[in-house]
Ligand binder design. Structure first.
Ligand SMILES: C[S@@+](CC[C@H](N)C(=O)[O-])C[C@H]1O[C@@H](n2cnc3c(N)ncnc32)[C@H](O)[C@@H]1O
Length: 347
């Protein structure tokens, strides 16, 4: 599929272009005076970074300042103006410096053709599968990686993985060995690595669905001989009921809703709620509107996400889960970068 053919329908591969067209309102909204001011502001920010690089300032200090500046600039301008400013950063010569970080580079280059693939997330997890790429990076690249992997979003993503493991284990403890779990957009399912319930045979069936055959292959290999069934499947497949997977005690999606427009997010939530057993739970995670590294991610990493506020999460819940049939809550992770919607079927 070419980039031009990509349809933002919850199944197609995710690109910044698709996200941006979702984010940007009509081009007529473009505030031309703001674009000129924004350009000038960015030119100064990037010039300072360039000077600091030439002066051999500590990489952590350079990137720290840059991440804060990009976050502030992004917040200051209309989203349409910011979209116009992104290519200025991406095409600036300082990009070569930051792309020495293997994590930033993988995100920017998108070897799998879409944003947020499971190998990228393995950089965040510090998984062995990325060890060679990290080892082959330049010393500067490794130093930058040490900084980027510990910036707020990756910290929140590692917490998300651990929270998912806790939820799985808690549900298995509550429901017993008949527990059935569905992971939507499972990636490499790294949260399963530390699950005690999985290790102790406390789960009957754990279906892990992903649209990327490479990720499905990785799960099949890694979890051979366990109750985990990796399935090559998509959100569209779930919405059209083409995956006959049954019903579950726990269904969750992490790292997916950030790419789904509200309409698809609501449909997917309704579909997942229909697949819950009585007293079953559904969880969906989304990056919040408070992402301090958002400007860096959208520029040097070319990693655009649909950020959601607490109210946005409630809107999805209210549109999907009738109050007489479900209870729900919305909670933030420890650093506020990721927000979680949790819905429980009442009977
Ligand atoms: C950011 S990764 C998250 C992986 C994993 N859930 C985690 O938390 O580490 C996003 C995953 O969503 C998958 N994905 C994206 N869009 C999808 C879709 N429409 N249907 C199924 N999987 C999808 C991608 O293939 C990728 O593996």
């Amino acid at each position: 599929m070419t980039q031009a053919q990509i349809v933002f329908d919850g199944e197609s591969l995710i690109t910044p272009k698709a996200i941006n067209s979702e984010l940007a309102s009509a081009r007529a909204d473009l505030h031309y005076d703001q674009v000129a001011t924004g350009r000038a502001e960015l030119a100064i920010i990037l010039k300072i970074a360039q000077q600091q690089i030439q002066e051999d300032l500590e990489p952590a200090k350079i990137i720290h300042r840059l991440i804060a500046s990009l976050n502030a600039t992004r917040a200051k301008y209309h989203p349409n103006v910011w979209q116009e400013l992104i290519p200025i950063v991406q095409n600036h010569p300082v990009a070569d410096y930051f792309h020495q970080d293997p994590f930033t580079r993988w995100s920017f280059v998108k070897p799998r053709g879409y944003s947020g693939d499971a190998h990228l997330i393995d950089f965040i997890y510090g998984h062995a599968s990325v060890a060679e790429e990290v080892a082959n990076a330049s010393p500067l690249g490794r130093t930058l990686f040490e900084y980027t992997r510990n910036s707020p979003s990756p910290v929140a993503v590692r917490e998300r993985r651990d929270l998912l493991t806790k939820h799985v284990d808690a549900i298995a403890a509550e429901k017993g060995p008949g527990t059935e779990i569905l992971t939507v957009a499972a990636g490499h399912l790294r949260e399963a690595d530390r699950s005690i319930a999985l290790k102790n045979g406390g789960i009957k069936r754990w279906v892990a669905l992903d649209q990327d055959p490479q990720s499905v292959g990785s799960m099949t290999r890694d979890f051979q001989g366990t109750c985990i069934e990796a399935i090559d499947g998509s959100v569209r497949g779930l919405l059209t009921k083409s995956h006959k997977v049954g019903t579950f005690d726990f269904i969750y999606a992490a790292g997916l809703y950030d790419y789904l427009a509200d309409k698809v997010a609501i449909k997917l939530t309704q579909t997942c709620l229909d697949m819950l057993k009585p007293n079953g739970s559904f969880l969906f995670a989304n990056f919040s509107r408070e992402v301090p590294d958002d400007g860096y991610m959208e520029t040097f990493m070319n990693w655009a996400l649909l950020l959601r506020s607490e109210a946005d999460m409630w809107n999805i819940i209210h549109a999907s889960a009738p109050k007489d049939k479900f209870s729900a809550s919305v909670e933030f992770g420890a650093n506020g970068t990721i927000v979680y919607g949790m819905i429980r079927k009442l009977s």
